[in-house]
Design a protein around this ligand. Structure first.
Ligand code: ZN
Ligand code: ZN
Length: 357
């Protein structure tokens, strides 16, 4: 939909005006995609007040025409410096670039290419935090794929299987449910491994009486879903029920704190306070959540001390955890969309009651 991309480039121009630059050079590929629709592995975009030029290499002539028909396209071997030279030729005096993305070598090359440089900052990432209806639709389906795959996995999630087997089956089920691939490396963590926040699946065999923590998601037309559920293989001990209930309470508090205008650090605190009050603050070692979209982790970040605020139509994850080394851990993660004048929309619909298998 070219009009969507044109609208986004106009939004960028409005931000660009504040930097004092007369053009923006976008080099992060995911940002180029957001602003043009182009998904190739090499590309850069020059946005001036009245034009947009997409640079790529010879492999992508046809693809760039199809995906980004409404921008001028140029084929150059070095896309970023090529566009900087072009900007200089077109009279651009001050070029804003994505200094958080480029290497020192590229920054030096850009500096000699022509216009004086200034930082664009994370302007495109900031725009990307707020989703349009089409993006929310894609995220909703990405989340639904993961929910459906998880429901189908449960009958075969049992003692005797290995973490790797379970992970492979879950990824296959997401593909069957219409996903385009896992949105990140699937986490299946059993027993003591569940106390490791980002454990990679091993050949460890699932045992009775253990937690199994699964953190996974599906890609759907470029958008990523992200959910975590922790199940218990019977019998379930009292300490397991207690830890699970605590994390569920904290997760509910985090979800309840989501609102337009809410300060990200306050949302983190709402959930964290529940865990700290129960004496497990030291067992919760990461931030509460993150934005999600064209990347699995994107702005905003729900972490202690963050001062930015949530805007309408911002999807975020809410994923507190308590990890007891050597015993086991619980994380519960949903993706929600913050909405003005409405409750946050819950995109992850799998139950948060403890599932005992
Ligand atoms: Zn996750
Ligand atoms: Zn996450």
């Amino acid at each position: 939909m070219p009009e969507v991309h044109a609208f986004r480039r106009d939004e960028l121009r409005a931000l660009l005006a504040k930097t004092g630059a007369d053009a923006a050079l976008v080099t992060r590929l995911v940002n180029v995609r957001y602003l043009t629709g182009f998904t190739g592995s090499n590309g850069a975009l020059l946005v001036t007040a009245d034009a947009a030029v997409l640079a790529t290499d010879g492999r992508y002539i046809t693809q760039s025409e199809l995906q980004a028909p409404d921008v001028e396209r140029t084929i150059v071997p070095a896309v970023a410096t090529g566009l900087a030279e072009r900007a200089a030729k077109n009279g651009v005096e001050r070029l804003a670039f994505e200094s958080h993305d480029v290497t020192v070598d590229l920054a030096e090359a850009l500096a000699t290419a022509g216009p004086s440089l200034t930082k664009l900052g994370r302007a495109v990432e900031t725009l990307r935090a707020v989703k349009d209806d089409e993006e929310v639709t894609l995220l909703r389906e990405a989340c639904a794929v993961a929910d459906r795959a998880f429901a189908r996995l449960l009958p075969s999630l049992r003692a005797g299987r290995t973490e790797k087997e379970v992970g492979r089956e879950l990824e296959a089920l997401m593909l069957e449910e219409g996903g385009d691939g896992p949105s990140f490396e699937t986490i299946v963590a059993s027993g003591p491994n569940s106390a490791v926040p980002h454990h990679r699946p091993t050949d460890r065999v699932l045992q009775h009486g253990e937690f199994v923590k699964l953190d996974f998601g599906s890609l759907y037309q470029g958008y990523h879903s992200d959910m975590t559920r922790t199940v218990a293989l019977e019998p379930v001990a009292d300490w397991q029920r207690d830890v699970y209930a605590l994390v569920a309470d904290a997760q509910a508090a985090g979800r309840a704190a989501l609102a337009v205008g809410a300060v990200c650090g306050d949302v983190d605190k709402a959930a964290r306070d529940v865990i700290v009050a129960a004496g497990h603050g030291a067992d919760y070692t990461h931030s509460l959540g993150h934005g999600v979209g064209l990347e699995i982790h994107e702005a905003p970040t729900l972490r202690a001390g963050a001062t930015d605020t949530l805007a309408d139509r911002t999807p975020v994850t809410v994923e507190p955890g308590v990890y007891l080394a050597g015993r086991g851990g619980v994380r519960i993660e949903d993706t929600l969309v913050v909405r003005a004048d409405a409750e946050p929309e819950l995109l992850t619909t799998t139950t948060k009651d403890l599932i005992v298998l």
